[in-house]
Design a protein around this ligand. Structure first.
Ligand SMILES: [Zn+2]
Length: 507
């Protein structure tokens, strides 16, 4: 089965911050998990490079928009590697191969009768690059997201006939209750549709930095249409000479933040329908990471609000695994949640270092202390197998339902049960009695095998540390990451390595 997961493409004018990291990490967990299950996965991320903010910033700096985009895109190209994300391709919307395909799709949309000329007048947020409907304008004619004053815009544009998709979108949401997840976001999108859809600008006339409208090169394509189309165009050229659209389209999950719901849940499926393309399987919406601002209020993490928690500082001090774990553990995916440095340190010490790291290191060191490092092949404790073996199926179900935080909690029930098992069995006591040698072997093999299984399940979240752990437990050959191996088997009969401390205290 093929799976296609995307992050939003990141607007190139911002510096990468925790919000970007969050969305990449969540998408990467899905991609890595599906690969473990042997599925054919394509994972896309990239940068959104056209539009007014880039043009204006470039003008101020006295450079071309392309030069500025090149420079800023590089900061996002390093984001994935620093997070240990496993993207298959990084798309840039100023890539001529993307530009050409955007034009092709829009020609088709026009030929199908969904484009017309019109005059736009209304409120516009330059940061969102979004024309706000009356119901979206916050008090004082402000952007509800950026809190800045909106500008009144009037211009002759090409329009996309979004209103023609009123019924088809209503039908889409009625037929597929999980098209947008979680349900709260689906309801928000439905409410927007039910208020009545109006035609929206397809182009901008006062701007030069963008994809030229193919039938009217005095105008450029409104940056959101250009950006949304990346999800389709990338597949055509990600691999030179191999158009992979038929293999991976429609997308399994577009992972997005809730601030861009309207574009993904309404505009995007309408545009795809207008172009005669299939709509994605799911739009998976995550909430905001909240931090306390100067006044003590919790607000969305955003560069423009100046309350940035630097993910790179955390990575430098604790490693990417720790950041990946914390974000998906602390905030239930799909909801808003508070994050803080203190909260991070608490989770790192109590859960990563203590619950998981300590479980692994004490299990491994007992094997070295009592059995010279050799794990016997024995039958495993059936009570533990009854807890650990069903985890894989539950985790798979939860990941398929777009719930990586719930899946992580499922795995953690296994971690907690294994810790409890150590306390119940007290292998150090059994070891004192030579008559109980077989019993000790069963306990140690069950423990090591249990650690192996939870490490396998945790691999998408903690790719570096679990890979090292799995290698320690199977030093002779290449570690087996496949999902089929996520069951207690008791198949050892060889020596394991000593384990390096997994989550050391930061200095
Ligand atoms: Zn805005």
């Amino acid at each position: 089965m093929s799976r296609y997961v995307t992050t939003p493409i990141f607007y190139v004018n911002a510096a990468p911050h925790l919000g970007h990291a969050y969305t990449v990490i969540a998408s990467d967990v899905l991609a890595r998990h599906w690969r473990q299950r042997g599925e054919d996965v394509f994972f896309l991320t990239g940068t959104d490079e056209h539009g007014e903010p880039v043009a204006l910033a470039a003008e101020k700096l006295g450079v071309t928009p392309q030069a500025l985009a090149d420079q800023n895109a590089a900061r996002f190209q390093t984001l994935g590697p620093r997070l240990n994300a496993s993207e298959d391709f990084f798309i840039r919307t100023s890539d001529p191969r993307h530009v050409q395909r955007v034009q092709e799709v829009l020609e088709r949309v026009k030929a199908n009768g969904y484009v017309e000329k019109g005059t736009y007048e209304g409120w516009y947020c330059p940061r969102c690059a979004d024309f706000k409907t009356e119901s979206e304008v916050a008090e004082g004619n402000r952007c509800p997201i950026h809190k800045i004053e909106l500008t009144r815009e009037q211009e002759d544009n090409w329009f996309f006939k979004l209103s023609a998709f009123q019924e088809r979108l209503e039908q889409l949401f009625a037929d597929r209750p999980d098209f947008v997840m979680p349900p709260r976001s689906a309801n928000e999108a439905k409410a927007f549709i039910e208020r009545g859809l109006h035609d929206v600008s397809l182009s901008r006339s006062k701007l030069r930095w963008g994809v030229p409208v193919p039938w009217d090169t005095d105008q450029v394509v409104y940056v959101w249409w250009d950006a949304l189309l990346n999800y389709v165009t990338a597949l055509a050229f990600a691999e030179e000479g191999n158009d992979q659209t038929d293999t991976y389209w429609p997308a399994t999950f577009h992972v997005i933040g809730k601030d861009i719901l309207k574009f993904h849940a309404i505009y995007w499926p309408a545009l795809l329908m207008a172009a005669g393309l299939e709509v994605p399987d799911h739009i998976l919406v995550h909430g905001f990471l909240l931090m306390k601002d100067a006044s003590g209020e919790e607000t969305k993490m955003s560069k423009s609000l100046g309350n940035v928690l630097d993910p790179f500082e955390i990575i430098d001090k604790y490693g990417a695994d720790a950041l990946r774990f914390y974000l998906l553990r602390e905030v239930s995916f799909g909801q808003d949640g508070g994050v803080s440095v203190d909260g991070f340190v608490t989770r790192y010490e109590s859960e990563l270092a203590n619950d998981f790291g300590n479980l692994a290191s004490r299990s491994v060191s007992m094997v070295h202390r009592y059995r010279d490092g050799v794990v016997k092949s024995t039958s495993v404790d059936p009570e533990i197998a009854a807890i650990i073996d069903p985890l894989a199926a539950t985790v798979a179900e939860q990941i398929d339902a777009g719930a990586p935080s719930a899946a992580l909690e499922t795995i953690w029930t296994g971690v907690r049960r294994l810790n409890q098992y150590v306390e119940e069995q007290a292998p150090w006591a059994i070891a004192k009695d030579p008559e109980r040698a077989d019993e000790l072997d069963t306990v140690l093999t069950t423990l090591i095998d249990g650690v192996r299984v939870v490490a396998l399940l945790l691999y998408p979240y903690l790719p570096a540390s679990t890979a090292a752990l799995l290698q320690t437990l199977n030093p002779g050959s290449e570690a087996d990451f496949s999902y089929d191996a996520a069951k207690l088997r008791g198949e050892f009969g060889f020596a394991i390595d000593k384990l390096e401390p997994m989550f050391p205290k930061a200095i």
